[in-house]
Ligand binder design. Structure first.
Ligand code: NOJ
Length: 567
C-alpha cells in the first residue's frame, strides 16, 4: 500500500469541537443510495448529487458505509485497499468533491473504518498466501496449524458471525492442505492480528489519510473485536446467544487490551483541529459500551438497544434512562439508533407479533416467510415507527438515521432468494435470509427503470410499492413521512439546548413523558386508546391528533407529540 500526498481539504467543522455531541447523523449505504453513471450501483458522485437533499432534510452529518475497493463478499465490509475509492464507485477526486460539497452545505462527513479484518484481496493477504507459514507476512493475520495428526481439525471451536467455523484451511495449488486462518465473518474477510505493530501503524496512516482529506470523523467497525487472546491452546469463546461476559474474559471480544489501541487512535484524532471524532460499533454488555466512548478513546459508542426493543413503554424507559447514565459516566453523549444496514427496518420490526423483541430469531423467521407471516399492516407499523423516531429525536445525544427511513421505508422482505447478496444466506445454510432487505436502492422518483436511483436496473430488485413512497412523491405532501422528518429535524435544531432530560410522571404506564427544558417536552402514547394531551402548544406531532367529545385535542395511541407547555 502506498500513501499518496492527499490535498489538505479543511474540515467544515469550524471552531466547535463538540459538534458531534448532539448531531443527527444520516447513514448512506453508498452502493444503494444514488447512481449517476448508470451501472446500477450507487456511487460517490451520487452522494454529492444528493447533498442538497440531505441539507434540506436537516441532518448535521453524513456517514458513508464503506466505498473502498472491495470484492463485495460482505457489502464492502471486505476492504481491499483502505486508502482508495472502489473504481465502480468513483475516484479519490470524486471523494474530495463530495466532501467539499458536504462541507459547503454545512454537513460533516464520517467514514467507516474496518480494522478487524481486511478483504482476502488485500495486498497483505495475498502476500501472506505467497509467503508461507512462519513469515512476517502471515504474522499480520491469524494463521495457525490445524489440530490432530493431519491438521484437519480447525485450531479452535470459534464460530463465524455469519455461521460455520471461523477458520478456513488453505490448500496449495497442488492440492496439499496447509495452515488455517481466522475470519470472524466471511472467509473472504481474514482477521488481522492487532498485536502486530505494523498493523497498528498502518491504521494510523489510514486515519491520517482520510483526516487530511477533510473527513470529520470515523465509524469504527467491530471495535470490540480487535484484541484477541491468541495464547495456545485457544480457549472456547462465549456462545453468541448468551451475550458477552462483563469482565473482559472472552478470548475474542471486548477484551481490556482493546482500549490501548483506541488510546493510540485518539492521539491521532487530536493531531487535528478540531479533533476528528469517532463512534464505536461495539456489541458488548451495556455496562461495557461506555468504555469505548471515553474521551481518551473513541469519544462515542453506538447504543443499539433500540434496534432490539419491542414497541413497549417500559422497554423504552429503561433503555433511555440507563444509556443516559452510562454516557454521562464516560463523559460522552449517548447515541440512538432505530435502523441501520444490519437490522430489519424499524417500521417492519414493530409489526412482529406481541412478545417478539425484534431480535434476530423473530426477524429471521419473518424474512424467511417472505414477509407474509405475519402480514404487515403497513400504515399501523409506520405510525409506531414515526412515534418512536420523534421520541428518539427528543433525546439528548446523537441520533443516527439510516437512508430511506425518512421515506418510511419498510424492509423489502419479498426479495427472492436467488437475488440475495448477503453472505449470511449461504453461511447459515439458507436458514437466515440476511440483511439485503434493508439495503435495496432508494426510490427517488416513481419512474422506471429504478425509481430514480439509476438509469438502469438496480443491483438489488426494488419492489413495485416503491413508486408510492418515492422521495419526489412525498416532497411537499404535508402528511408524508419525509415532511415529518424535515419538520422534526428543523424543530430539533431550534429547540436543542443543554444535554439534560427530566422525566415527567404522566400517571399512565403507557405514556412516556420527558422534558428537555421548559420549552420542549415530548410525550409518547405507547397504548392504542387516546389519552388527554398535556397542556401546551403542539410543536410537532408524529401523526394526526384525535378530538375528544368536548372538542379538545387528544393524544391518540401510537403517537408522539412535542409540546411547549408554557403556551
Ligand atoms: C458490522 C457491519 O455493520 C456489518 O455490516 C458487517 O457485516 C460486519 N461488521 C463485518 O464487517
Amino acid at each position: 500500500m502506498t500513501d499518496t500526498d492527499a490535498p489538505v481539504v479543511p474540515a467544515a467543522s469550524g471552531p466547535d469541537p463538540d459538534w458531534w455531541r448532539q448531531a443527527t447523523v444520516y447513514q448512506v449505504y453508498p452502493r444503494s443510495f444514488a447512481d449517476t453513471d448508470g451501472d446500477g450501483l450507487g456511487n460517490v458522485a451520487g452522494v454529492t448529487e444528493k447533498v442538497p437533499y440531505l441539507a434540506a432534510l436537516g441532518v448535521d452529518a453524513v456517514w458513508l458505509s464503506p466505498f473502498y475497493p472491495s470484492e463485495l463478499a460482505d457489502g464492502g465490509y471486505d476492504v481491499a485497499d483502505y486508502r482508495d475509492v472502489d473504481p465502480r464507485l468513483g475516484t479519490l477526486e470524486d471523494f474530495d468533491a463530495m466532501v467539499a460539497a458536504a462541507h459547503a452545505a454545512g454537513l460533516k462527513v464520517i467514514v467507516d473504518i474496518v480494522p478487524n479484518h481486511t478483504s482476502d484481496q488485500h495486498v497483505w493477504f495475498q502476500e501472506a498466501l505467497a509467503a508461507g507459514p512462519g513469515s512476517a507476512a502471515r504474522a499480520r493475520y491469524v494463521f495457525r496449524d490445524g489440530l490432530g495428526e493431519d491438521g484437519a481439525t480447525p485450531p479452535s471451536t470459534w464460530q463465524s458471525n455469519f455461521g460455520g467455523s471461523a477458520w478456513t484451511r488453505l490448500t496449495l495449488p497442488d492440492g496439499t492442505p496447509e495452515q488455517w486462518y481466522l475470519h470472524l465473518f466471511a472467509p473472504e474477510q481474514p482477521d488481522l492480528d492487532w498485536s502486530n505493530p505494523e498493523v497498528r501503524e498502518d491504521f494510523h496512516t489510514t486515519l491520517r489519510f482520510w483526516s487530511d482529506r477533510g473527513v470529520d470523523g470515523f465509524r469504527v467497525d467491530v471495535a470490540h473485536g480487535l484484541a484477541k487472546d491468541l495464547v495456545e491452546p485457544l480457549r472456547d469463546a462465549n456462545p453468541k446467544d448468551f451475550g458477552l461476559p462483563v469482565d473482559g474474559s472472552d478470548p475474542l471480544y471486548d477484551r481490556d487490551e482493546v482500549h490501548e489501541i483506541f488510546e493510540g487512535w485518539r492521539r491521532v484524532f487530536d493531531e487535528y483541529d478540531p479533533p476528528r471524532t469517532a463512534v464505536a460499533e461495539a456489541w458488548v454488555a451495556r455496562e461495557r459500551v461506555s468504555l469505548y466512548a471515553r474521551p481518551t478513546e473513541l469519544g462515542q459508542a453506538f447504543n443499539f438497544e433500540l434496534t432490539r426493543a419491542p414497541w413497549d413503554a417500559d422497554a423504552f424507559r429503561t433503555i433511555i434512562e440507563s444509556n443516559l447514565l452510562l454516557a454521562a459516566e464516560s463523559g460522552a453523549s449517548s447515541t440512538w439508533v432505530l435502523s441501520n444496514h444490519d437490522v430489519v427496518r424499524h417500521p417492519s420490526r414493530y409489526g412482529l407479533p406481541d412478545g417478539a423483541d425484534g431480535g434476530e430469531a423473530d426477524t429471521d423467521a419473518w424474512l424467511l416467510s417472505g414477509g407474509t407471516d405475519p402480514e404487515l399492516d403497513r400504515d399501523r407499523w409506520l405510525r409506531r415507527a414515526r412515534a418512536a423516531t420523534l421520541l428518539m429525536l427528543a433525546l439528548p445525544g446523537s441520533a443516527y438515521l439510516y437512508q430511506g427511513e425518512e421515506l418510511g421505508l419498510h424492509e423489502v422482505a419479498e426479495l427472492r432468494v436467488e437475488d440475495l447478496q448477503d453472505p449470511v444466506w449461504t453461511r447459515s445454510s439458507h436458514q437466515r435470509k440476511g440483511r439485503d432487505g434493508s439495503r435495496v436502492p432508494l426510490p427517488w422518483t416513481p419512474e422506471a427503470p429504478a425509481y430514480g436511483f439509476s438509469s438502469t436496473t438496480a443491483h438489488l430488485p426494488q419492489p413495485a410499492w416503491f413508486a408510492d413512497v418515492a422521495a419526489s412523491v412525498q416532497d411537499g405532501d404535508p402528511g408524508s413521512t419525509l415532511t415529518f422528518y424535515r419538520t422534526a429535524l428543523d424543530a430539533r435544531h431550534r429547540l436543542q439546548q443543554g444535554e439534560e432530560l427530566d422525566w415527567v410522571d404522566a400517571g399512565d404506564p403507557q405514556v412516556v413523558h420527558v422534558a428537555r427544558h421548559e420549552g420542549w417536552h415530548s410525550v409518547t402514547n405507547f397504548g392504542t386508546a387516546d389519552v388527554a394531551l398535556p397542556a401546551g402548544t403542539v410543536l410537532v406531532a408524529s401523526g394526526p391528533l384525535a378530538e375528544g367529545v368536548d372538542g379538545a385535542a387528544r393524544l391518540p395511541g401510537e403517537t408522539t407529540v412535542w409540546l411547549d407547555p408554557r403556551g
